[in-house]
Write a protein that binds this ligand. Sequence first.
Ligand code: HEC
Length: 456
Amino acid sequence: MDYPAWIVGGVGPGWIIGLIATFHVLISQFAVGGGIFLPTTEAWARKNNREDVIDFLKDFSRFFLILTNVVGAISGIGIWWAIGLISPQASSSLIRLFSFIWATEWAVFLVEIISLVFYYYGWEKMSPKVHQTIGWIYATTAWLSLFTINGILTFMLTPGDWPTTHNFMHAYFNNGFWPALVVRTLICISLAGIYATFVVSKMPQDSRFRKELLAYTSSWLVPTYGLLIASLIWYFSTLPAPILQSLLSGLAGGVGKAAFGNMAIVSRIALLGILAVITTGLGFFVSAYLNPREFTWRKSALLLAGMAIFVASYEYTREYLRKPYVIRGFMFSNGVPLKATTKKPLNRSFTEEMRFKPKDSTLGEQMFVGQCMACHTMSGYRALDKRLAGRDSESIYQLLIIMQKPEKENPYHSVMPPLIGTEEEVRALSAYLYDSIQVIEKKAKGTKVDKASVEN
Ligand code: HEC
């Protein structure tokens, strides 16, 4: 615990990162896909002397510039803001391990945004050849920024041999690297294609251009969906056996009803994602490819929604499968390194190791903030008031003690990090949890409670 904690109630910290990240991923993957779509289509239009397509691309690139360079960049900073505040320990480890990659990402992104600005403003001012080259530079650097980040994202779920070898190449080019890169690249292409159909669908129904462009985009998208489904199967097949097992069975190793319910949710969400991508692919084939005349912007919006559901479930599944780790086999979601729970006895003081404590906090609150808050709030996200309802302080203590037991006697080890703390600290935590639940219950009953009397 080297950093201050940001105390988040309600939806909990996980959802803050999740919402910003999903939004950013949608925009940035669209940026990569558009990066490939723009110069490819420009090359085709120039070869066929199609001024109308060039005009379409000019419009497309303006919207594209604003969306990716402004919304994409700002939401990207949003991710740094959220992970820095919510998981400072993990962010710091990732920055140290991958500093060279982050530097590369920064350089690549800089070229990406500058080339897009030149691409947009250069339609009239540059020779077609130069303009086309700038387009390719944009496409390459946009894809490279996906390439660089991909290794870090996959590392968090499948760090491979790195926790033992500490070899950078093992960390970066981990098992998930190539399949995830292919999955993400295909998502990018399909997002850009769907957006193009959106624009095209607004053109007059009998325009030749509309029909041609839909056919052209379909020729990209139909195979993309087939490949996407195949690459998802490849991706899942590279996951370590225990992860895959829990995903397939919807079980988390027999951990109480609540755990059962939650892992079942991740299995369902993964399934939802796969169904969404299949439905979108088929929907595209039937609507845009087979019936281009009747294709409307509403259908386009439905396809986009299908992809958004898929992207959100893919990211959710990936994040959830990491639990209880933020970096599998290395650091738990609450920022406690695995090493800290295996090398030293668990019944040592935790709060003494905290460099920052919430102002005027009790021992119990410090324990909660340091070890539980990453995954539970008291009454919102994965709420502890419901999970501990009906228990008194002693029975909560007994439950916490199980979290200190060795793996075999601790059914929670696959979903929760082991608990560090002296007997006094664990007792303080159980009292804190019990008292906080009392306050919540009394509030729910509408009784006014003197908070001060409960906090002591
Ligand atoms: C890495 C995330 C994580 C951390 C940190 C964590 N938990 Fe959990 N906890 C879970 C998950 C996942 C479950 C099982 C699914 C569920 O109940 O939603 C769970 C379940 C529980 C349950 C229900 C157990 C049952 O038998 O039904 C309790 C109580 C609980 N946690 C308390 C705590 C306390 C107290 C702390 C802090 C010392 C803590 N958790 C830290 C993720 C975490």
